[in-house]
Design a protein around this ligand. Structure first.
Ligand code: HXC
Ligand code: NAP
Length: 293
């Protein structure tokens, strides 16, 4: 189609928009920092001089994250932590403080998700996703903020969200509701904690395919054959683009930004048609037969 060029490619990996050393002497905690977008975000903080603490459940994820961050030359601590458990969250911050001193940035990136029609979803499936994505995010934010307030130190929280917080997410009722909670929490906590020097913001990725995506999510993505053509940007996101946004939001150059959720998705979540497409029920899209209790 003539004139359709899409949004340009960003600068190459390894360059930064912020001055070198912006996060020198700052410890940054990234939950789920061993894989995918969390790791990409952690790498951008590391490139700017931060010491990085990654926390998640699986040793193989922690090992992969540690190795990638060490390549950048960062100080790295990888801690086994299930963010659903407030005691494990406290232990994560204890370990971080012991290694690098009180962290100055928290990136709440860890989340859980799989597609399932709402009527097929078990109570435990609902609970698991909400517990990780919403409750876990709150437990980490609370632990971080209490420590900063006790020390009288400022800091910054970036909560990773999803655009179906606004639109709803057919096939993702649990995750969409949890992410709506995360977005709302950004707004409340920003008002409660900005007086104590703690900025709270949200960061919403669009489609950022990566090799660590779970089988559930990869299978879902495979439903769209040409992912670039499905984006108004005519391309998917490059993970470094999210890293640049996260580092900016947590940086001194964003000091007056709090309570904001920044969407980095090339306009993918906006309506894009003159008329709405035909409705196909979620269970049909997932090739499931009629509902049977
Ligand atoms: C239906 C499922 C299911 C599936 C699990 N469950 N997978 N139900 N369809 N595909 C149900 C289980 O049957 C169980 O319920 C309950 O969920 C808990 O499952 P467990 O395996 O016991 O849970 P756990 O070991 O804690 O693992 C959590 C997990 C897993 C969420 C199920 O996928 C995980 O560890 N995910 C972490 C990484 C992740 O999800 N990343 C995706 C982020 S991407 P019952 O009733 O049987 O006990 C993202 C993109 C957003 O968020 C934007 C997209 C557009
Ligand atoms: P991912 O690679 O599957 O990352 C999820 C991370 O969360 C994993 O590192 C996982 O580590 C960790 N995690 C899950 N449950 C945990 C728990 N109970 N305790 C501690 N850590 C836990 O997925 P991703 O694509 O990078 O997603 C990262 C963030 O971006 C999520 O918030 C997601 O909702 C959001 N997002 C992604 C996209 C996208 O296109 N990729 C789009 C919109 C939003 P362990 O398994 O080791 O615990």
């Amino acid at each position: 189609m003539s004139g359709v060029i899409g949004l340009p490619e960003p600068p190459e990996a390894g360059v930064s928009a912020l001055p070198a050393g912006t996060f020198e002497g700052v410890a940054v905690v990234v939950t789920g920092g061993g894989t995918g977008l969390g790791r990409a975000i952690a790498i951008e903080f590391a490139r700017l001089g931060a010491d990085i603490v990654i926390g998640s459940r699986k040793p193989e994820h922690l090992d992969a994250g540690r190795a990638a961050l060490e390549k950048v030359g960062a100080g790295v601590l990888a801690v086994g932590c299930d963010i659903r458990d407030p005691a494990q969250v406290a232990a994560l911050f204890d370990a971080a403080e012991q290694e690098f001193g009180l962290p100055g940035v928290l990136v709440n990136n860890a989340a859980a998700n799989f597609p399932v029609p709402a009527e097929d979803m078990s109570p435990n499936a609902w609970r698991t996703v909400v517990d990780i994505t919403l409750n876990g995010t709150f437990f980490c934010a609370r632990e971080f903020a209490r420590r900063l307030m006790t020390a009288g130190r400022p800091g910054s929280i970036v909560n990773v969200g999803a655009s179906y917080a606004w639109t709803g997410g057919p096939g993702f009722a649990h995750s969409a509701a949890a992410k709506a909670g995360v977005k709302n929490m950004v707004e409340t906590l920003a008002v409660e904690w900005s007086p104590y020097g703690i900025a709270v913001n949200g960061l919403v990725p669009g489609l950022f395919p990566h090799e660590d995506m779970t089988a559930d999510i990869q299978q879902n993505l495979a439903r769209t054959h040409d992912k670039d053509a499905a984006q108004p940007a005519m391309r998917v996101g490059r993970v470094r683009e999210l890293g640049w946004a996260a580092t900016f939001l947590a940086s001194p150059y964003a000091r007056f930004i709090s309570g904001h959720t920044l969407v980095v998705d090339g306009a993918n979540w906006q309506r894009r048609s003159l008329t709405n497409p035909t409705v196909v029920p979620v269970r049909e899209q997932m090739n499931r037969g009629p509902f049977a209790p």
